[in-house]
Design a protein around this ligand. Structure first.
Ligand SMILES: [Zn+2]
Length: 280
């Protein structure tokens, strides 16, 4: 054996994943989702169900319009607080009320468990992270990141870059040719995740920037070495990887999850099927 370190690879042994995430459920989400589908991209839309149909200040889709626009197989619907409550500005009971009211409304509307969350204003505390885990959420996302690293804590998932950022091309130029390092001691030995964030109302505001938004989406679309996934698909995959049970010398591994998991180990790429044990 070369070394016991093991590194995550995405499905098929891929080294990179791309996801999009849009907040607030504004009317422009429909056009974004349409283009996302055409390009074979996947993404997460974080909805404030308390503001369905609101006409003022960044108009929102109604409940029916949200289903019509976003009930697609390439979309994850996630919570964003019924009324966008910032957990750093209220007590725990108000935060819980806002989060669970949103989850309940979205679950009834979409008839599935809704267990992703985006922090309103990207504001969070240790208490909020722990609460969301205890409330049954699988992950929680904030903005403010600038890296391609996988999250260490699923309740502190970060975005990499804003879709309309002037620096977007630079991120894409760095990410698209990226190959994982063979150096076991570098973070870049692990697979990388490009999580692109936006509010769709920002695209139509200030003179309209649809061309820029779509050009950036097209730049990362259609690459055979990229896994396209929603935020929760990435998180579920990372959790499945982290749940792998390796033998001491890492000559064998058990996969307790319900999906095939890929990894780099001992200089090669391996995989283990759901519920299976593999030796290498
Ligand atoms: Zn928001």
């Amino acid at each position: 054996m070369v070394h016991p370190h093991t590194f995550l690879r995405f499905p098929g042994g891929l080294e990179k994943a791309v996801s999009f995430t849009f907040d607030d459920g504004t009317v422009e989400d429909r056009r974004v989702a349409d283009r996302m589908g055409e390009l074979g991209l996947r993404g997460t839309f974080n909805i404030n169900s308390g503001w369905f149909g609101r006409k003022t200040f960044n108009p929102r889709l109604t409940a029916e319009e949200t289903v019509e626009a976003l009930d697609r197989d390439f979309v994850e619907i996630a919570c964003h607080g019924a009324f966008h409550v910032d957990p750093t500005r209220v007590d725990a009971s108000t935060f819980i009320w806002d989060v669970m009211r949103d989850r309940d409304a979205l679950e009834k509307l979409f008839r599935r468990p809704i267990t992703g969350f985006a922090y309103p204003q990207s504001a969070f505390t240790k208490d909020a992270m722990e609460l969301l885990e205890r409330l049954g959420f699988e992950y929680a996302r904030a903005g403010g990141g600038s890296e391609f690293r996988l999250p260490k804590n699923c309740y502190e998932l970060r975005t990499t870059c804003h879709l309309l950022s002037g620096g977007f091309d630079e991120y894409a130029e760095k990410f698209l040719p990226f190959r994982c390092s063979d150096d076991l001691w570098w973070d870049s030995a692990d697979a990388q995740f490009f999580n692109i964030f936006c509010h769709s109302y920002e695209i139509s505001g200030k003179g309209g920037r649809w061309e820029t938004a779509f050009r950036h989406m097209e730049a990362v679309a259609g690459h055979s070495d990229i896994w396209y996934a929603t935020n929760i698909e990435v998180i579920r995959y990372i959790r499945a990887y982290r749940a792998l049970v390796f033998s001491l010398e890492r000559g064998s591994v058990y996969n307790p999850s319900c999906r095939t998991v890929w990894f780099r180990h001992d200089g090669g790429i391996g995989s283990v099927g759901p519920g299976e044990t593999a030796a290498f």
